[in-house]
Design a protein around this ligand. Structure first.
Ligand SMILES: C[S@@+](CC[C@H](N)C(=O)[O-])C[C@H]1O[C@@H](n2cnc3c(N)ncnc32)[C@H](O)[C@@H]1O
Length: 508
């Protein structure tokens, strides 16, 4: 079959599967090739549907809301896993396919899609030669005879990283060995030594199995939650300083999610630092001036899909008002589809062109900013391969704009909580050295002392002449990492606007 016809046929096949449903990534060329290849493999082999329950179980370790149909389960699993190890699998295929004789020219779909699948099945799932040959019987023999495929199979199986990595730089080695983007490694090597970087990368690679998660449970349901855990042999730890936060290992997430009783008590499973970013805001309001703010006007500045809005709402009383804003129509719909309390208003609006007439209007603003997602490779592997200087710079500029506009809307004396799931200081600590310099009425508010500390900013801050109180700035910022906290990479910072500057901020 001509290459064009072959690809056309595959396109037709892949249209049979509803891929959009689960597409969390922006389609790139390589992603669409992988998806088309997977769809082709799936449709060419009925045996695969039998293996889907195994896939669904293994995938549910990662995703807490896994309720897709069999096609999607199977395709979704391999899509996520092949993308997770994409650079590694591509490298292995490139090196091992050399010298393999083919019957005719191999189309790109086979090389960049099906061969990555083969490499993944051999290296990560230890698939036997016969199983793979059977699985791909309607696709491979057109291009490779069994003997040639057997040679290719053996080369992949015996591929040796020690040999392959010889002579490469440390960054290249780690990038291939741990399937990490080299831009990320370069950025991180500026702020940590080789030893810590290695530890951090290992921790990222194992966090889906060994990480910790938070469950937010309202105080009236603590006993019920504890009973559910005991009944299901779920080991939990109640946070000593913030009792509504229960900490569990990731492996218990699917069991907990499947419990109807758990759904009834309205507990929220979230990354621990996400929950603590909300706590930070209410804690700061309490320490700054609790009576001054009643009822509270709260703005969730970048709210979609609304997971934090739900928790914010659990902290409020009925007279408090929450406005949940996001720019993207589709994502705003995700917030609306959640059943919220009556005190939440959802708006679609651009944070750098806010639709609010009055400035100085909100007591508490949560700015969970759009970011590079460099702290979430474990749960969103597609984001790995988008890391680049441009991607970072684009977010740095957007975050600055969003913060300046959000800050204008903050009441004097109010609290603004800035957070990202990024590991880069450029999106986090470094912003605040600039912000404090640029926005004079902005002052840091200390986080509770048990929050983990942020990267040290002392040396960078000294370069800015009028930042005298580095210590207070440092105390207002906190950073979570896979290595130190067994969580996603996350950053939280809390600030207030000083009251005496009301006039000057009005005129900004
Ligand atoms: C990190 S996510 C927020 C996650 C959310 N807080 C949650 O916990 O479910 C960042 C959000 O910022 C939104 N966003 C990006 N640019 C924006 C803008 N200019 N104005 C408002 N929202 C924006 C994105 O649509 C995205 O939903």
């Amino acid at each position: 079959m001509k290459k064009k016809n072959f690809e056309q046929q595959l396109k037709k096949e892949s249209n049979l599967v509803n891929l959009k449903k689960n597409d969390v990534y922006i389609a790139s060329d390589s992603l669409s090739i992988i998806l088309r290849a997977l769809s082709m493999i799936f449709h060419s082999n009925s045996k695969i549907s039998q293996s889907s329950s195994r896939i669904s179980q293994s995938y549910s370790k990662i995703s807490s809301n896994f309720s897709l149909n069999i096609n999607s389960n199977w395709i979704y699993h391999y899509k996520v896993e092949i993308i997770r190890y994409q650079n590694q699998l591509q490298y292995i295929v490139r090196k091992t396919f050399r010298g393999v004789k083919t019957k005719k020219e191999i189309p790109s779909l086979l090389k960049n899609g099906i061969f990555l699948y083969i490499a993944y099945r051999i290296r990560y799932e230890h698939a036997s030669f016969e199983d793979l040959w059977q699985e791909l019987y309607s696709l491979l023999p057109k291009y490779l005879i069994k003997k040639q495929f057997s040679y290719f199979y053996r080369r992949i199986k015996s591929f040796n990283w020690d040999i392959a990595l010889k002579g490469k730089s440390l960054i290249e080695q780690q990038s291939l060995l741990f399937a990490m983007p080299s831009f990320f490694l370069n950025q991180m090597s500026k702020i940590m030594d080789d030893h810590s970087l290695k530890g951090q990368i290992k921790a990222i690679s194992t966090i889906n199995e060994k990480g910790l998660f938070g469950v937010f449970v309202k105080s009236n349901n603590h006993e019920k939650f504890e009973r559910i855990c005991k009944k299901n042999q779920i080991i939990f730890e109640q946070h000593s300083k913030f009792p509504s936060l229960f900490i569990i290992e990731s492996k218990f997430k699917p069991i907990l999610n499947s419990q109807l009783d758990f759904k009834k008590i309205g507990g929220y499973i979230q990354e621990i630092p996400s929950i603590l970013s909300i706590y930070a805001g209410f804690h700061a309001i309490g320490t700054v001036n609790a009576k001054y703010f009643h009822p509270l006007m709260i703005l969730d500045y970048c709210a979609a899909p609304g997971s934090k809005t739900r928790i914010i709402s659990s902290f409020t009383s009925e007279n408090d008002k929450i406005i949940a804003q996001d720019i993207h129509t589709q994502r705003v719909r995700l917030i609306s589809s959640l059943s919220f309390e009556e005190n939440i208003n959802i708006i679609q609006s651009d944070g750098i062109n806010p639709c609010f007439r009055e400035i100085n209007n909100f007591d508490l603003i949560f700015l969970d900013a759009p970011c590079t997602g460099s702290g979430t490779f474990h749960s969103n592997p597609g984001i790995k391969w988008r890391q680049s200087p441009n991607f970072l710079q684009k977010h740095v500029l957007l975050q600055k704009e969003l913060f300046y506009h959000a800050f204008r809307l903050l009441k004097p004396g109010g609290i603004i909580v800035y957070s990202t799931c990024s590991m880069y200081p450029e999106e986090n600590e470094l912003h605040f050295i600039d912000f404090i310099y640029d926005l004079k009425p902005l002052i840091p508010v200390s986080l509770p002392s048990w929050y983990p500390s942020s990267y040290s900013i002392e040396q960078i801050a000294r370069k800015k002449s009028n930042i005298c109180d580095i210590l207070s700035l440092q105390k207002a910022m906190s950073r979570f990492s896979p290595l130190h906290n067994h969580t996603a990479g996350f950053f939280i910072a809390t600030f207030t606007k000083i009251k005496k500057s009301l006039n000057s901020s009005n005129s900004q």
